[in-house]
Design a protein around this ligand. Structure first.
Ligand code: ATP
Length: 275
């Protein structure tokens, strides 16, 4: 559960809006987060609580900072030269930006699935086995085989690929490749899965399959998804944050955001007046 915000801290935060989660149990807490690319501020003092076992959608017009903020949740911005993050991002109460944080380990705990499926140019088996092997999760071949099967099962891909595990991952269809990438993220036993427009390169049938999968996975993980599709946000998420110009304008249950938004800007966006 969230600790109550001490009065002194609350006073310090008075200038910025803190967005608590309606259910109160956070996996990730962002406190006063700003992200810069050189001099440019792409995220401006964002504070939000992201819950376990829910899908949280980030929506908003192009360039508002959704992907930038998503990448800050597993320090993916570290890989972009000139990018800088201020503020705190707590994973189970521990600041992921504190010195000494093992970033490789962090990215196993907070996995990421990208817009364009990006399997390694290796076999289906190796795509899944690579992570557990480098993280030292398995000791034996038998155990590794078990992880490969279980990850592909959870990603809903096992039946389609079990007879061709040595085929290249890149030979699969786009939708299958994306489920392979989800299986790869799952294989290292993550706690959070970040998804940056995971269906934008997929056809409607493959999209529906990945959306079903997201719904199944949320029982085990906290999932955060950036999407341009409001229909997708409404279908797959239980929480929605609306971003605009680097800030969160409104955050709440997905049904409230889509049926009863409080802010004019949110209303304008979800009714298609801009975006
Ligand atoms: N690597 C980068 N270097 C410099 N500026 C960047 C970089 N990545 C993003 N930006 C800028 O930061 C701002 C936020 O971009 P971001 O991609 O996070 O927005 P977004 O809401 O995810 O957009 P979209 O929906 O179009 O993907 C934009 O002004 C963008 O031009």
């Amino acid at each position: 559960m969230n600790a109550p915000v001490p009065a002194a801290e609350a006073a310090n935060q008075s200038a910025a809006t803190v967005f608590p989660d309606p259910v109160g149990a956070s996996k990730i807490s962002a406190r006063g987060v700003s992200v810069f690319y050189g001099q440019k501020r792409a995220i401006d003092d964002v504070s939000i609580e992201i819950p376990q076992n829910y899908v949280t959608a980030f929506i908003g017009p192009s360039g508002c900072g959704k992907s930038t903020f998503l990448r800050s949740l597993n320090r993916m911005n570290d890989t972009i030269s000139g990018a800088r993050v201020d503020g705190e991002i707590l994973l189970d109460g521990v600041d992921i930006y504190r010195s000494g944080m093992d970033v490789v380990q962090l990215r196993a705990r907070v996995g990421m699935v990208f817009q364009k499926p990006n399997p390694f140019p290796k076999s289906i088996y190796e795509n899944i086995a690579y992570g557990p092997r480098i993280h030292g999760i398995t000791a034996s071949k038998g155990e590794l085989d078990g992880i490969v099967e279980q990850s592909l099962q959870r990603a809903g891909l096992w039946d389609e690929v079990k007879d061709r595990l040595s085929d290249s991952g890149t030979a699969l269809s786009g939708g299958q490749q994306q489920r392979l990438c989800i299986a790869r993220a799952i294989a290292v036993d993550p706690e959070v899965i970040l998804m940056d427009e995971p269906c934008s390169a997929l056809d409607p049938i493959a999209t529906a399959r990945v959306e079903e999968l997201i719904d199944e996975l949320r029982g085990r993980y906290a999932i955060v998804i950036v999407t341009h599709s409001m229909q997708q946000a409404a279908r797959v998420s239980q929480r929605t944050a609306f971003f605009h110009l680097g800030k969160i304008v409104e955050y709440g249950t997905t049904s409230d955001i889509f049926t009863n938004p409080k802010e004019e800007k949110t209303k304008d966006y979800i009714t298609g007046r801009y975006g």
